[in-house]
Structure formats: structure tokens, C-alpha cells
Write a protein that binds this ligand. Structure first.
Ligand code: BDR
Ligand code: CA
Length: 329
């Protein structure tokens, strides 16, 4: 099997960390680099967190690159209220000292894309790095094989305003530019699908039973996130957005949707809202695939198998016990 070359652009972040754990445990991926953008936490802290996850997975061979430290035009607003001041749920894990992040995420992205024509880019944070890379060397992006973005929302309410999702709200100018300039259709994993992926206390308990070390680590970093979801949204558990984008890149049959022209609002009360012109008012060519349906049963099968090494048939039996059904997908 030829592994898919992948670059993950992210802002770890609790759910970014779970996404990295899924990615590094997946033999279908050859992760050639991780680029960090300011988002959930400032860029330097995000890079430290990526290294912590790589150390935990014994994959410190994957290089981590520091990217943008502020959005293109707007003042930077982190999501440390959601992810903790350290970005990993106040877990206060020690920094990795044996390996340090590299500078130059934008150069790394463009150089890699210029030199290869089979690289998938998965963006799990605000799109600042991607917009800057596209501005600096648009020709490099003619080579990108696939671009997946966790962000935006079609019909689900926002999580930063009634209409805006955090990644696009944090840097709406970048998001707007990326939708305008990306030469391949953007596969948008928005809140419509990620809100259907809730790490519940039962799933977490199962993870801890099966794999006390990794399950315990997930419990440690998600406790803060669980508390935030209860206080903010009256959700028992936590919505883990970013792993779904990684899972979709592994198995596109996990989500279904429609193609459309999409843009992002850059000012006013709808700042950061993604708008998909489903009725073709604007007569613009389609630039996106908007995913609106997700096979939750199969997502959890994949995630729990890869991340905690849960095995069949017990894994499917437990999911059914927790009221997931194969029929729901
Ligand atoms: C997105 O915002 C961040 O807080 C998460 O990491 C995810 O990428 C969800 O809106
Ligand atoms: Ca993220």
C-alpha cells in the first residue's frame, strides 16, 4: 500500500491533539509535516502541544513547523477558554526538550507542494497559514492533491456567534481568501457533521478500560473540554471536531454532502459565517464539497480501533450497547 502524503495544519488544541493521535496511528498516512497556526492557543504553545502528542505516540520523527502568529487583519482571539490556558485542558504536561519546532511553516508548505503532486493538506485551525502560502506562491498549490478544512457550518448554528464557527471566525479574511483561491474543491468538515461526533463519558470509560494508558491520557486532556461543553452548551461529553477531518481524509465514505460555491463573511454581524450558495444566486463555479452527513458508528469504529487499539467484535458490540447503529452509518 502506498501511504498518502499528508501535511496537517493545526492549532493544538484538545481536539487537534486527538486528530493528531488518529493520524499518527493510521498506516494509510505518511505525515510529512505538521504546521502550526495561531488559533486555540498562540503558535508557540500549539507547537509545544504537537510535540507532546508526537512524543506520546513515539513519532517525534515528524517535523513541526511554526506558522502565523496572528490573523491576516483582525486582532487575534484564542480559544483558551475552551481548551485551557495550556491548550491541553490544563493538563500541564511537561514540554518536549529533545526535539524543537522548526521555523517557516509557509515555506515548508509551498516547497513541499512545489516538489510533490500527491500531497493532501488537512487544515484543523484558522486558515491563516494556508492563505499566506497561497498569497506567496499560488503556483505551488496547483499541485495540491486534496484540501480538507475543519471549519464553517452550513445549517448548524455557530459556536462563536449565532452563525460563525471558530476557525473561520478567528481569521475570516484568510478563510475568504482560501475559498477564493484554492485550485481544488475544499472539502468542508463543518459543525453540521462534527456536532454529531460527541465523545461521551461512556465512550471515554470504554477507552480507559481497553487502554488505560492512552484512554487515561485522553481523559486527562478532555476533562476541561467536558466541563466547558456542559457549562456552555449543556452537552454531556465533548464535540471532537478535528478528528473527523482526519477520518474523512482516511475514508471519504464516512461523510456525504453536496458541491457548491462557498465564501466566508469578513465583516459585520455575520463575521466568519460560511455561506454556501445552494440556489446558485451568484453564478459562481463550485469551489467546495460541503459535508452534511456523517456515519457516526463507522467513525467511532475507526477512531477507537486506531487510537486505543479496540478490537472487533467487542468494539461494534459496545457501540451498539451505546445506541450507535450500523444503519445510522
Ligand atoms: C474548531 O475550533 C477549535 O476550537 C477546534 O480545535 C476546532 O478546530 C471547532 O470550531
Ligand atoms: Ca483546531
Amino acid at each position: 500500500m502506498n501511504a498518502k502524503k499528508v501535511i496537517i495544519d493545526c492549532d493544538p488544541g484538545i481536539d487537534d491533539s486527538l486528530a493528531l493521535m488518529l493520524a499518527v496511528a493510521s498506516p494509510e498516512f505518511d505525515i510529512i509535516g505538521i504546521t502550526i497556526v495561531c488559533g486555540n492557543v498562540p503558535t508557540g504553545l500549539g507547537a509545544e502541544n504537537a510535540l507532546k502528542i508526537l512524543q506520546q505516540a513515539q513519532r517525534l520523527d515528524i517535523p513541526v513547523y511554526l506558522g502565523a502568529t496572528q490573523p491576516l487583519k483582525r486582532e487575534y482571539v484564542s480559544a483558551q477558554d475552551t481548551h485551557g490556558m495550556d491548550g491541553l485542558g490544563e493538563s500541564e504536561l511537561p514540554n518536549v526538550t529533545t526535539v524543537r519546532p522548526h521555523v517557516g511553516a509557509i515555506g515548508f508548505l509551498n516547497h513541499t507542494l512545489q516538489a510533490n503532486s500527491d500531497v493532501t493538506v488537512i487544515a484543523l485551525g484558522p486558515l491563516t497559514n494556508i492563505a499566506l502560502a497561497l498569497q506567496q506562491e499560488p503556483a505551488a498549490w496547483q499541485h495540491v492533491s486534496e484540501f480538507v478544512s475543519m471549519g464553517g457550518s452550513f445549517h448548524s448554528p455557530g459556536n462563536c456567534s449565532p452563525v460563525a464557527e471558530y476557525n473561520y471566525w478567528c481569521d475570516p479574511d484568510a478563510a475568504q481568501q482560501v475559498y477564493a483561491k484554492m485550485p481544488v474543491p475544499i472539502k468542508m468538515i463543518g459543525l453540521d457533521v462534527t456536532r454529531q461526533i460527541v465523545l461521551t463519558p461512556s465512550l471515554l470509560a470504554y477507552a480507559q478500560r481497553v487502554n488505560p494508558v492512552v484512554g487515561g491520557f485522553i481523559a486527562q486532556i478532555t476533562k476541561f473540554y467536558f466541563d466547558f461543553h456542559w457549562q456552555q452548551e449543556r452537552v454531556i461529553g465533548c464535540v471532537i471536531n478535528d478528528p473527523l477531518a482526519v477520518a474523512y481524509a482516511l475514508d471519504p465514505s464516512l461523510c456525504q454532502g453536496f458541491t457548491s460555491y462557498t465564501t466566508v463573511v469578513t465583516d459585520g454581524i455575520a463575521l466568519g459565517q460560511s455561506i454556501s450558495d445552494t440556489a446558485n444566486f451568484w453564478h459562481q463555479p463550485n469551489n467546495s464539497l460541503i459535508l452534511t452527513e456523517v456515519a457516526a458508528f463507522r467513525f467511532w469504529q475507526l477512531f477507537l480501533n486506531r487510537v486505543i487499539n479496540a478490537q472487533e467484535p467487542e468494539l461494534s458490540d459496545i457501540l451498539k450497547q451505546l445506541h450507535y447503529t450500523e444503519a445510522q452509518g
